[in-house]
Ligand binder design. Structure first.
Ligand code: ASP
Length: 280
């Protein structure tokens, strides 16, 4: 059993020791809880659980404390992929909900599995998700000072391998911050989040670069074709360099390999493959 989580890229990690320590502590706690949960739950359930914990923590750019789009609204995107059934589900640009990953979890049972905007919100309300305002005073202040782009917070993600050998991946984001309203993030596409029975990948970084590279789906396909997870990541990141792509990934393969890679410094992550490791 293995689990790896990420908290996106975070430029403040480079300079602000206090925030870095807070993020390390948060990731440490979430990965420990997720690993404990995984002992008695499937990979899919564990991914929903871990990503929900990260969405509830305002240190990260998902759920509470998400980045604000250029019209002053927060729109959340999240997706989930079950490697066992190879089903993908997600919500794109949903407003006023607390845990978009849980809505993705409910959608996976439906024929129509990716919903956007008002349709996603309608589904959420019908399925027990009450009104929730994810804007924190800190985010609002930053927005008003137009500082978001300099101080990007991180998207969140989780990949888990359960005791039955099944893999799942989940990713949740508030987007880039200051984007054109309703811009679509990679996080609720197969470029940003993908899994099958061979591997699972969750991405963070510049969504447009991740989509241009079809990053998560490409890495998983390479592992399915017999390449190791590390080599699949390395090859895909070489290709990313051709257009100076900005991305980071976490992944687990069916052989139990656990790996993370980033094109730029300061991606934050934590894993538990028997012992906890947290970014330094
Ligand atoms: N990938 C996300 C997006 O482009 C942002 C991030 O990962 O920080 O919406």
């Amino acid at each position: 059993m293995k689990v790896i989580i990420h908290g996106g890229f975070f430029s403040e990690s480079a300079t602000n020791q206090k925030t870095k320590k807070a993020k390390q502590a948060a990731l440490n706690a979430v990965v420990a809880e997720a690993f404990e949960y995984l002992q008695h739950h499937t990979a899919l359930e564990t991914v929903i659980y871990a990503v929900s914990l990260l969405e509830d923590n305002d240190l990260f750019n998902a759920g509470l404390g998400s980045q604000i789009q250029s019209d002053g609204k927060v729109r959340l995107s999240a997706s989930l992929m079950d490697g066992k059934s190879q089903k993908f589900s997600g919500v794109i640009n949903i407003e006023n909900v607390k845990n978009p990953i849980q809505i993705s979890g409910q959608l996976i049972a439906y024929d129509d599995r990716v919903l956007s905007g008002d349709g996603a919100l309608h589904f959420a309300r019908q399925h027990g998700h009450e009104y929730f305002d994810p804007i924190t005073s800190e985010r609002q202040e930053e927005f008003e000072m137009k500082r978001n782009q300099q101080e990007r917070k991180g998207t969140v993600g989780c990949v888990a391998l359960d005791g039955d050998g099944n893999i799942a991946a989940g990713t949740s984001t508030g987007g880039k911050g200051f984007e054109i309203p309703c811009r679509v993030s990679d996080s609720a596409t197969v470029a940003g989040n993908f899994a099958n029975k061979f591997a699972g990948i969750s991405c963070t970084g510049v969504g447009e670069d991740i989509v241009n590279a079809a990053l998560a789906a490409k890495i998983v396909t390479r592992v399915s074709d017999g390449i190791s997870l590390a080599d699949a990541c390395k090859k895909s990141f070489e290709e990313l360099k051709r257009f100076d792509g900005f991305a980071g990934v976490i992944g687990i393969s069916y052989t139990g390999d656990i790996f993370h890679m980033d094109s730029h410094p300061y991606m934050v992550w934590a894993s538990n493959d028997g012992e906890i490791r947290v970014f330094d």
